[in-house]
Design a protein around this ligand. Structure first.
Ligand SMILES: [Mg+2]
Length: 392
C-alpha cells in the first residue's frame, strides 16, 4: 500500500480560508481527510504541504509515526515553525483517517476506545459570526448579555467571549472596568450555572493581563485564555498562580518541547493545543499524556473548519483529561453542505455522541468546496490610540 498523491482544497469561509488535505492511496477509494487551516497564511500552507509531500509519495500510509518523524526531522529544518507544523498536522490527521478506514473503526477506537459517554460543546458568543465575536465595542455590556442569553437559549451550557479590550502595554482603569462591566452583565444574564470563558487573545502585556485576571477573578470564570503573549510563559505562570480562575493557553505552541516548558512552569490549567497546528494527532497524543502527568486539562483550540471539529471530537473521546470541545456553528450558513459528520449533536444540550463510522467519520463534498474558492482574508489590524501597532 502506497501514498499516491496529496491534494489540498481551499474553501473560503468568510474569516478564514479552510484548507483541507486529502491523502490519496493507490488502493481504490482509500483516502483520508485532514485540515491545515492557517488564516492569513493560506498560500504558504498549500505550498508547505506540497513541499512536505515530496517526503511521503510512495510511502506506506500505515507507518504514521515513521512518516511523522520524516516530516518533522528531514530536510534539515524541524517542523516546529507554524507553517510547517500546520502542514504536518493536516497530513497526519488524514493518515489517521486512512488507518481508521483500513481497520473499519473510528479513530478513537484505534487509541483504546471511548473514555467517556459524551462530549460537551462550547460556543463562541454569536456562534462564530465574526462581527459578534470580534467586533462588539467593549463598552456595550448590554449587547454581550443579549448574545449570551441567545447562546444559552440555543442549548449551550458554556460559551466564550472576547470581552477584554485591546490595550497598550500599560493603561489605567478604564479598559479593566469595561471588561468587568461586560462580564458582570453576562453573569447577571445567564446565572451561576453557565460556564463563561474569556479569551484575551494574548493582547495584554503581562501587567495588563494581571489586572484583567484579578478584576475578573470573582466572576467564577470557567477559564481565562491567553492573558498575555505565549512567549511570556513565566508571566502566564505568575498570573495562573495568583488567581483562582484557571488559565488556558497553548493554541500557538507547535511542538512537544514548548508544551513541556509551559507545563513545567505551571503556565496553565487548561492546555489548548490545536490539533491542526501542533503536529496532528501523533503529537497531540504525546502532549496530552504529558499534560495528564501534571493533571492539566485539555480543551483543544478549534474555531476552524469541520475536519478540525471531527478531529477534536475523535481525540476527546480517547483522552481522559479532555474537558470540552470548542465549536462554531454560525461562521458560514453552508457549513453543513460541505461535510457529512459521523458524530451526533443533541441540540437541546449541545452534547455530542461519538461517531461510529471509520476514521474521522466524515465525508467532504468537493463540489460544494468549489463554490467557495480562495479569497484573501480580511485584514485584522490593530493600532493603539497613539497609532502604534498592537495585537489583534
Ligand atoms: Mg484563543
Amino acid at each position: 500500500m502506497k501514498i499516491e498523491k496529496i491534494e489540498t482544497f481551499v474553501c473560503h469561509a468568510r474569516m478564514r480560508n479552510w484548507v483541507f488535505v486529502k491523502v490519496i492511496t493507490d488502493q481504490p477509494g482509500l483516502f483520508g481527510w485532514g485540515e491545515a487551516t492557517l488564516e492569513w497564511h493560506t498560500r504558504s500552507i498549500t505550498g508547505a504541504i506540497e513541499d512536505v509531500s515530496q517526503l511521503l509519495i510512495g510511502e506506506d500510509p500505515r507507518r504514521i509515526e515513521h512518516l511523522w518523524q520524516m516530516m518533522w526531522r528531514q530536510h534539515f529544518w524541524h517542523g516546529s515553525g507554524i507553517v510547517r507544523s500546520t502542514a504536518i498536522s493536516g497530513i497526519d490527521i488524514a493518515l489517521w483517517d486512512i488507518l481508521g478506514k483500513i481497520h473499519g473503526v473510528p479513530c478513537h477506537q484505534l487509541w483504546g476506545g471511548p473514555v467517556r459517554d459524551y462530549i460537551r460543546l462550547y460556543s463562541h458568543l454569536g456562534g462564530g459570526r465574526m462581527e459578534d465575536f470580534y467586533e462588539i465595542p467593549e463598552d456595550n455590556a448590554k449587547q454581550f448579555a443579549e448574545l449570551a442569553i441567545k447562546t444559552v437559549e440555543d442549548g449551550y451550557t458554556a460559551f466564550k467571549t472576547m470581552a477584554v479590550p485591546s490595550t497598550a502595554p500599560l493603561e489605567g482603569n478604564k479598559p479593566v472596568r469595561a471588561a468587568e462591566a461586560c462580564i458582570s452583565s453576562i453573569r447577571d444574564a445567564v446565572g451561576e450555572d453557565i460556564d463563561i470563558m474569556v479569551d484575551c487573545h494574548a493582547r495584554p502585556s503581562p501587567a495588563m493581563g494581571m489586572k484583567f485576571a484579578k478584576a475578573l477573578d470573582s466572576y467564577g470564570l470557567y477559564f481565562l485564555e491567553e492573558p498575555c503573549w505565549p512567549e511570556s510563559m513565566d508571566a502566564m505562570a505568575q498570573i495562573n498562580s495568583v488567581t483562582t480562575t484557571p488559565i488556558a493557553t497553548g493554541e500557538r505552541l507547535t511542538h512537544l518541547a514548548a508544551f513541556r516548558d509551559l507545563f513545567a512552569m505551571r503556565g496553565c490549567e487548561i492546555c489548548q493545543m490545536d490539533i491542526t497546528h501542533c503536529g496532528g494527532f501523533t503529537e497531540a497524543r504525546r502532549i496530552a499524556a504529558m499534560a495528564d502527568a501534571y493533571r492539566i486539562s485539555l480543551a483543544p483550540h478549534n474555531p476552524q473548519g469541520p475536519v478540525s471539529t471531527a478531529a477534536s471530537l475523535e481525540f476527546g473521546f480517547s483522552q481522559p483529561n479532555y474537558i470540552i470541545c470548542e465549536s462554531v456553528h454560525s461562521d458560514v450558513p453552508w457549513r453543513e453542505d460541505i461535510v457529512d459528520e459521523g458524530f451526533v449533536v443533541d441540540p437541546a444540550t449541545r452534547t455530542v455522541q461519538a461517531n461510529d463510522k471509520p476514521g474521522l467519520g466524515i465525508s467532504i463534498n468537493e463540489d460544494e468546496i468549489k463554490k467557495h474558492p480562495f479569497e484573501q482574508e480580511l485584514p485584522q489590524r490593530v493600532f493603539y490610540r497613539d497609532g502604534s501597532g498592537g495585537d489583534w
